[in-house]
Unconditional design. Structure first.
Length: 142
């Protein structure tokens, strides 16, 4: 018996590959390996927006702190304002938190129940600004 993909899944398989969007993801991956692509000063560029999102009415997040790691990842420490719920994935609330810092390319992944990682940036030809990006890791305390 194969594993269900969600609670009422009866097919156990999808309808296509993901090739239709693969070029965009591959393009982002290429930029991730460019020397100097991750921009400096996330405290100035990202933190005010993340703080504002945490302080907005109804936000499930409380900002505890943030620091830039040696590998260019901006690690943001958060606490939930309410207790954990088993039905919800933290990534759903994290998307609202990350939306104010999203740029033309944006990818988010829930690593585990307490960690969400995001890459966002501008790729060649995306707009008026030079190509650059941000790496964000959300660490969640419940």
């Amino acid at each position: 018996m194969e594993r269900r993909r969600w609670d009422i899944d009866e097919r156990f398989t999808g309808i296509a590959t993901g090739r239709a969007l693969a070029p965009a993801i591959e393009r982002l991956a290429t930029h991730l390996t460019r020397e100097g692509w991750v921009t400096e000063d996330p405290d100035g560029h990202l933190l005010p927006h993340l703080r504002g999102a945490c302080e907005s009415a109804g936000s499930p997040w409380r900002l505890l702190g943030a620091k830039l790691l040696d590998d260019g990842v901006y690690e943001v420490q958060l606490a939930t304002r309410t207790g954990p719920t088993t039905a919800d994935l933290p990534i759903r609330d994290a998307l609202a938190l990350l939306a104010p810092v999203a740029e033309a390319s944006f990818a988010v992944r829930q690593v585990d129940e307490d960690t969400i990682e995001c890459v966002t940036g501008m790729l060649d030809g995306d707009g008026t600004y030079a190509t650059h990006g941000h790496l964000i890791r959300l660490r969640i305390r419940r």
